[in-house]
Design a protein around this ligand. Structure first.
Ligand code: PBG
Length: 328
């Protein structure tokens, strides 16, 4: 059948028909809001490059978590800013560090949010790299036990899911083994499987104080040009025991999300990263874009590409707009 018998506009005529024909829906239960935790109390410091996102102390974080849960947001992803840094990043696993302290407080507050803890060394090392430096390079194998130790500390403090973002080879297996040995066999791993060496992380590095002091991350994060390699990363991480996998960033990598979706049945997350957020906020502040519509369109495109979960700094706003019945 063809035009004039076939007319695709028929199902677009009214809002009710369009709602019936809609193929992709956003639900805040699949949003995960990142948060930056600092030591102390009563602290809420705005992050200049990310309007609307703050660094917060644990007491303020608990308030934010309650608000997110009230909006129906599914999860919270914690990043910590430690009081001091050293060469090996020992602040990452310190029991009284910002992330374990926050996890214990959030558990006690019982918000119902799924608590994800990002596992990486870069916020905790004085050189800003995601692992231990040996001979001027990030040593893969020397970093694995530190990541495993950190993941165990977070799971013991109350993380529902640990999420390694370091891109060392073999880290999922090392973390799985350490969790299992410590009676944490029920703690899932969300692996940042296909994480690219991206300039879109710029604002995050300001937020987390994790800019490398020399060189860059191209020796461990992926080349933006590659998609077949992403499939190998995903396969390796799943074979090592990852329960869910991630593609990061999201917006310039929708093809990678689609390819991953077609390759695996495992839950697939996509990280709508800091630079993607900052671009929208800057354009909206300049009056160049309709922020709610653009944000919902971006999140819809990430879901349409095949992601189940979306890590996004827009989580609370998007949940609010969806509750108002807004669509992309
Ligand atoms: C830590 C980490 C980074 C991000 C998440 N985990 C920074 C990096 O790899 O440099 C970026 C998140 C964002 O940009 O929103 N390794």
């Amino acid at each position: 059948m063809m035009y004039p018998e076939m007319r695709l506009r028929r199902l677009r005529r009214t809002a009710a028909l369009r709602a019936m024909a809609r193929e992709t829906r956003l639900h805040p239960a699949q949003f995960i809001a990142p948060a930056f935790v600092v030591p102390g109390s009563g602290i809420r410091q705005p992050i200049e490059a990310m309007p609307g996102v703050d660094r917060v102390s644990v007491d303020r974080l608990v308030e934010d978590a309650k608000a997110l849960a009230g909006l129906g947001v599914g999860g919270l992803l914690l990043f910590g800013l430690p009081p001091t840094k050293d060469a090996v990043g020992s602040g990452a696993w310190a029991e009284d560090g910002p992330v374990p302290t926050a996890l214990r407080a959030l558990k006690q507050a019982d918000t119902g949010l799924v608590l994800f803890a990002d596992v990486c060394m870069c916020e905790y090392t004085d050189h800003g790299h995601c692992g231990v430096i040996e001979g001027g390079h990030v040593s893969n194998d020397a970093t694995l036990p530190l990541l495993a130790r950190t993941a165990v500390a977070y799971a013991q403090a109350g993380a529902d899911v640990v999420a390694p973002s370091d891109m060392m080879d073999g880290r999922v297996a090392a973390i799985r083994e350490a969790l299992d040995e410590n009676a944490l066999a029920d703690t899932p791993i969300l692996a940042y499987a296909a994480k690219y060496a991206s300039a879109f992380y710029g604002p995050f590095r300001e937020a987390a104080g994790s800019t490398p002091q020399f060189g860059d991350r191209r020796g461990y994060q992926m080349d933006p040009s590659n998609v077949r390699e992403a499939m190998r990363e995903i396969e390796l991480d799943l074979n090592e025991g990852a329960d869910a996998i991630m593609v990061k960033p999201a917006l310039s990598y929708l093809d990678v999300i689609r390819a991953a979706r077609e390759r695996t049945e495992a839950p697939l997350a996509a990280y709508n990263v800091s630079g993607e957020y900052s671009m929208v906020k800057a354009a909206a502040a300049a009056g160049m874009l309709d922020e709610p519509r653009v944000v919902l369109e971006i999140l819809t495109s990430i879901r349409r590409a095949g992601a189940d979960w979306i890590l996004t700094y827009h989580a609370a706003d998007a949940a609010r707009w969806l509750a108002e019945g807004r669509i992309a």
